[in-house]
Design a protein around this ligand. Sequence first.
Ligand code: DHB
Ligand code: FE
Length: 301
Amino acid sequence: MTNISKTPEVQALFDRAAGIDQSGGNPRLKAIVRDLLGALGEIVEKHDITESEFWNALKFMQDGAGEFGLIVPGIGIEHFLDLHMDAKDAEAGIAGGTPRTIEGPLYVAGAPLVDGDLSRTNDVNLTTDPDDAETLTMAGRIIGPDGEPVKDAVLHVWHANSKGFYSHFDPTGAQSEFNNRRRIKIGPDGRYAFRSKMPRGYSCPPGGATEKLMHALGRHGDRPAHVHFFVEAPGYRTLTTQINFGDDPHAHDDFAFGTREGLLPVPDRSGGNPHIEFDFQLQRARTGIDLAFSERPRAEA
Ligand code: DHB
Ligand code: FE
């Protein structure tokens, strides 16, 4: 193996390339770019990456840029970001509550805000999917660290339809706007309930960059059926999570690494249709940032 990436000449090259010898620019960005260049140099040498391989990899990324949001969970990085946030929480002595898990790339901002106060309504419906699909009901409580009901919560819900497609991103164009997407305004008792149609497990788009990469890695691009949530409420830390159906064949083989202990409920089918009871437990907000959503760019409709 060659051994040039650690030489003073190459280190100086990467320093200059990252603007380390310049007073201007963003110091944090400069430090990160510097470390990325150093790591890349080592990888090129370690694997003796050829010019052809390098430029073809770049072309793959250029052509697949529209799927970066799908590739990132597929290669475990979105889950790693969760593990990093968990580790920082542990370091700061923050623990407890429903685990966070990946947002995924398919949230759409601006879904209808509907009344979910169960003293006034018991019919929060998320779907316009046809009746032949299986009905899914889900209910439970949004509580705080001491088990207290969380007041004035908004529960954002989004999930795929019975064919595994999300509205707004459905290649068949079959779904109504905001189908299977709602923001539910929860009443003072913290109780929620909704009905929808049972999602099917999701698969990354056939022929796309994510699937190509998964196949090249000897992997599949399938997720178990799942339902996504943001839970936000004054005084509490905003939670990004999802439940994955514990009896799905991919429950323990999720290509996006979104399944986690405590987030794999098995639906109760004793009443005919699948029903899930699930409580969300929030942490108390400690800073303003806890109340906010991440600044991840999201689709809007
Ligand atoms: C992907 C799709 C999802 O529905 C999800 O929740 C996470 C990841 C993806 O295509 O990578
Ligand atoms: Fe999803």
